[in-house]
Design a protein around this ligand. Structure first.
Ligand SMILES: Nc1ncnc2c1ncn2[C@@H]1O[C@H](COP(=O)(O)OP(=O)(O)O)[C@@H](O)[C@H]1O
Ligand SMILES: [Mg+2]
Length: 183
């Protein structure tokens, strides 16, 4: 690995003396960093290593640092280990998409995330409630934007869950996802 890095450094040094090559190196480095951050978005390493609770705490605390003007609370009840990795990943992606939407569209200054996992063996259902106090949206907006909410809805329905977006302008958006035994 060290030898490979030294060879790359030498090649970069030689190439760095030519201006067009420099531009190619910079573009390659940029693409490399974009690919790395995209890969993190697709499958956050925290999730497998530390579990959903810690992964969400990290996601939310990074988000709060980037958006100190928005007050955001995260409450997790129960234990995510009762779920498969794919369901936990679904909840992670839902919170991620919801937070991106809040910054992009809501103008909210308060956000609440509540995630409840099964507390005993009889109750197999889990529930995510993500709410903001922003400008709200119309039902038709779900189809007017990108594919974030539509994609999320499809993934939830594919695992037999329910997906609801409620909004009463101007009182914010309620994103509710339930999976497991929802009867
Ligand atoms: N929290 C929110 N507050 C207000 N409007 C929202 C919110 N979340 C989503 N929307 C509306 O729903 C649309 C669809 O969202 P989404 O499917 O995530 O697509 P995108 O974010 O790429 O526009 C958005 O364009 C926006 O109009
Ligand atoms: Mg979106």
């Amino acid at each position: 690995m060290g030898a490979l890095n030294r060879t790359i450094d030498k090649a970069n040094e030689a190439l760095g003396q030519c201006l067009p090559c420099n531009a190619i190196i910079q573009s390659t480095e940029y693409l490399h960093s974009v690919t790395r951050s995209l890969l993190k978005t697709l499958r956050p390493p925290d999730l497998d290593e530390l579990g959903l609770e810690t992964a969400l705490e990290n996601l939310v605390s990074n988000w709060k640092m980037a958006h100190p003007e928005i007050d955001c609370s995260l409450i997790i009840r129960g234990d995510s280990r009762t779920h498969s990795e794919s369901i936990n990943f679904l909840y992670y992606r839902a919170v991620q998409e919801g937070l991106v939407n809040i910054v992009r569209h809501s103008r909210a200054d308060q956000v609440s995330i509540e995630l409840t996992f099964p507390i005993n063996d009889q109750d197999r259902s889990s529930l995510l409630k993500l709410t903001d106090n922003g400008i709200g949206m119309l039902e038709s907006d779900t189809h007017n934007g990108g594919l974030g909410l539509i994609g999320l809805r499809e993934r939830v329905l594919a695992v037999g869950g329910t997906f609801t977006v409620q909004s009463h302008q101007p009182s914010g958006v309620y994103l509710i996802i339930q999976t497991g035994n929802t009867s």
